[in-house]
Write a protein that binds this ligand. Structure first.
Ligand code: UD1
Ligand code: MG
Length: 446
């Protein structure tokens, strides 16, 4: 029987943030969600989350995670005090308790599997993860012998000079035999520099206590401040880029690009410098992205090119060319082979195949048929101050430069709109529409 508990009640004072530390985002998901995800595959019988500081906010963020038991720690008097709050909900539980700090987001699921396996095989009362860090400042130090038996954990601030030279650090990830931990939890005292109850003090009270040293120390980075948050982000980004390079994606300047876990690439995608992918994206094979683009929650078909542009909640079929300096917003759908050029914005609009809108246009709430040519400066005036209205432009139509189409309005197929027109009425197929004052020239009056 396995129970998992995550400590997420602390204030996170060192972050200097209004947001609780465990809700800080890392590559698009919060620290605590990452910690929960790292132990999902273990299928624990119980999943408990200890909340305290801004408990409601933490609970509401995690509301969608089914089967979580929230345990309130009020006030927050240290990690040992936090785990004391489990005595009641885990009364009568006789299995193992996997306990994780809520601020250790880079753990690999396999590492937790090893921890459980070693714990079960050795029959220890507690097994904890440790790592050798080049700079262990701030972390608790693990006092252990050559066989991996732990006699104590000493917090950095309580260490002597000599103890500080010990680089074996405590990760804040433990597997306890719950009845044995439950027996010693009430014995904790707050005789330390912070005057708190330390969970780490239980280790000296339990025997045998063992540690498992993790080879990749990055996994155990605990986030207490913004510097560590940035370090974790860098590690995560490096993992993601390495993964996609191994899958056939080229990055010409990898470290200048950021990815999200929800972004999927086909083969032979080329990502040029300064490109950022957020949320869930599908980028099909042969696309060329960048330099300088942001793509969020979008789907790109094969061989799409995007240059210095922003795409959000957009769908782009194969062979489209976007940019430089274009913006596709929510509900933009581009048919195959379309071209969207500089300073063109498309929102909630469906464009057919081979549409060209190359310069300085706004297409909002519009439906464009195949092969429509949108002249420079064409604007769909979709908003009357109260409601949005749609514009329809039939296949093969052309709008002249600086056309304003006041919606609701429908242009049939093969329509030509004269440059500088403001149209307020529908135009039938095949017609030429003017909507402007005739030019007057008065000689000699210049
Ligand atoms: C802790 C460990 C330290 C270890 C380090 C690893 C203790 C005493 N020290 O130190 O040995 O090297 O993690 O990252 O455990 N929390 C509560 N309630 C509280 C206090 C904290 O739920 O009253 C939660 C926090 O939200 C956080 C976790 O416990 O998720 C760890 O707390 P934190 O203050 O970050 O401990 P560290 O000083 O990092
Ligand atoms: Mg910490």
């Amino acid at each position: 029987m396995l129970a998992v508990a995550v400590l997420a009640a602390g204030k996170g004072t060192r972050m200097k943030s209004d947001l609780p530390k465990v809700l800080q985002p890392l590559a698009g998901s919060t620290l605590v969600e990452r910690v929960l995800a790292s132990c999902e595959h273990l299928h624990p019988e119980r999943r408990l989350l200890i909340v305290g500081h801004q408990a409601e906010r933490v609970e509401s963020t995690l509301a969608a995670h089914g089967g979580l038991e929230f345990v309130l720690q009020q006030p927050q008097n240290g990690t040992g005090h936090a785990v004391q709050q489990l005595l009641e909900p885990l009364r009568g539980f006789t299995g193992q308790l996997l306990l994780l700090n809520g601020d250790v987001p880079l753990l690999r699921p396999e590492t937790l599997e090893h921890l459980l396996e070693q714990h079960r095989n050795s029959g220890a009362a507690v097994t904890l993860l440790s790592a050798r860090l080049e700079d262990p400042s701030g972390y608790g130090r693990v006092v252990a012998d050559a066989n991996g038996a732990v006699s104590a954990i000493v917090e950095h601030r309580d260490c002597s000079e000599e103890q500080r030279r010990n680089t074996l650090t405590n990760a804040g990830i433990y597997c306890f035999d719950w009845p044995k931990l439950a027996a010693v939890l009430p014995l904790l005292a707050s005789d330390n520099d912070q005057g708190e109850l330390y969970l780490t003090d239980t280790v000296a009270m339990l025997s045998p206590a063992m540690h498992l040293e993790v080879a990749d120390a990055d996994e155990l980075i605990g986030i207490n401040d913004r510097l560590q948050l940035a370090q974790c982000e860098a590690v995560l980004q490096e993992r993601l880029r390495r993964h996609w390079m191994a899958e056939g994606v080229s990055f010409s300047d990898p470290s200048s690009c950021t990815l999200s876990e929800g972004t999927r690439f086909g083969r032979d995608v080329v990502v040029e410098p300064q490109c950022h992918f957020r949320g869930d994206n599908q980028i099909a094979s042969g696309c060329r992205i960048g330099p300088g683009s942001l793509i969020e929650n979008s789907r790109l078909g094969e061989a799409v090119e995007v240059l210095f542009s922003v795409l959000r909640d957009a769908e782009v079929e194969q062979g489209c060319v976007i940019g430089p300096y274009a913006q596709l917003r929510a509900g933009a759908h581009l048919g195959a082979g379309s071209r969207i050029g500089n300073f063109v914005e498309v929102k909630n609009s469906r464009l057919g195949e081979g549409v060209k809108a190359n310069h300085l246009s706004y297409l909002g709430d519009a439906d464009l048929g195949d092969g429509v040519n949108v002249g420079a400066g064409t604007v769909t005036a979709n908003y009357d101050g109260v409601r949005k209205h749609r514009t329809a432009i039939g296949a093969g139509s052309k709008t002249g430069a600086n056309s304003t189409l006041v919606a609701p309005i429908r242009l049939g197929e093969q329509v030509t709109v004269a440059a500088g027109s403001t149209l307020t009425e529908d135009v039938p197929a095949g017609a030429l529409a003017f909507g402007r004052a005739r030019q007057v020239v008065k000689e000699g009056r210049g």
